[in-house]
Design a protein around this ligand. Sequence first.
Ligand code: SF4
Length: 435
Amino acid sequence: MSKKDKVLDGKCLYTPGGAAREYAAIGCNFYRGCPYQCKYCYNRKGLTAKVMGVDHAVLEDEFTKVKNRPKKYRHLSGEEYANTVFTRELDKNVEYLRNTGIFYSFSTDPMCPDACELTLSTALYAISKGVPVRILTKNASWTKEVFDRIASFTAEQKRLIAFGFTLTGCDDWEPYASPNVERIELMRTLHDFGFKTFASIEPVIDWEKSCQMIVRTIGFCDLYLIGTISHFGDFYKSGSGTTFIANKCLRNIYSLQQLFNLKIYFKESIRKYIPETMTFLYGDGTETTVSPVPMDYDIFHEAMTDPLEDIIHSLKYLNRHNAFLQGYEYKTEFQKESDIFLLWIFFMKYGNTSQLAEYVESIDDSQKERVYNEFKTLLSNAKTFLDFLNMLGRDKKVMYETDKGKANILPWLIIYAEELIEISNDVINEYQKIN
Ligand code: SF4
């Protein structure tokens, strides 16, 4: 058996099967049961629901009290013993685990109050050995102690931990978990602290809400995993789950992926709704093809992107994509809405130029030449963008349904493009003066 195919079957660390394998090569389960009682939870369905679906986190030692317990339930008598077993299993497989990482957890929420301590103590041990960990939660109500402890991780520790949040946008399906909006805020904070972050857009309950979850996390989410609901029969046959709405939303997701270079993995369950790749045809006749990331995409070794490069990439895309600005006749109103939607999201992500100004401030002498060339590219793209907007005429309206009601976003975009031009000119002039 090759290293790649190695199967772990420990008391804590194991190789998951089925759909869970799409999430992780190695899982870590200490507890069963969960206080959040999500209506769709797979632990609360099927033959083992009485054992696995209890409404609080139970360390596996109590499994011994369950009659006829399935063989796979392991005896972990107490947190101290669980720590010891974890350490032993990790040390024995450390080389392998450095490649695969560890995922917490398939049998509970690993950041719920009862499970959190063991999750963090073992995660810290794993990263001290160079093993990356991913922790998926729906809990954003961390105690001050937990929050302060995590915030004080060193840069080296942060490099090897990713925090993920399940984002369905449907709080009523997750009655005892933190609201989705709080999970998003915590994700933003952790990303600002320097942690990797990911979103589990699973299960999709309402396609439009799932799409909104992606939109609201652009800029601070390093990976999206999207999957459908299971154990609910033909769930997507009616209402907000129909194939028609799925296609509409998935097209938007592909566009967002292209525009913002998002990393998205579509689980097997989603792939029946979408093609493997999607080709976009622009008004000028050019095409581009977008593909999801593979199952084994490594969030920890992702290349750092430069914020300036990001803006340039997105502007170039918009400049090619703004077919409607060139009088393109849309076949459907939806396509037109999608393009306006992209403009709006672009503005929401980059519209605050103070971040760009801060970036300029942080440039040291050794980077100046590279940055000078990048700003020349930014300047030419910002000018093209402004030309597009001016071509519409300043009286034209580009209406978008914002959180505060319908608004004409054209004046904001024009001001933004002008500011980009001004900042670029300042940087270029400054550089030319000293050279
Ligand atoms: S948070 Fe996860 S483990 Fe807990 S009830 Fe919800 S789906 Fe189940």
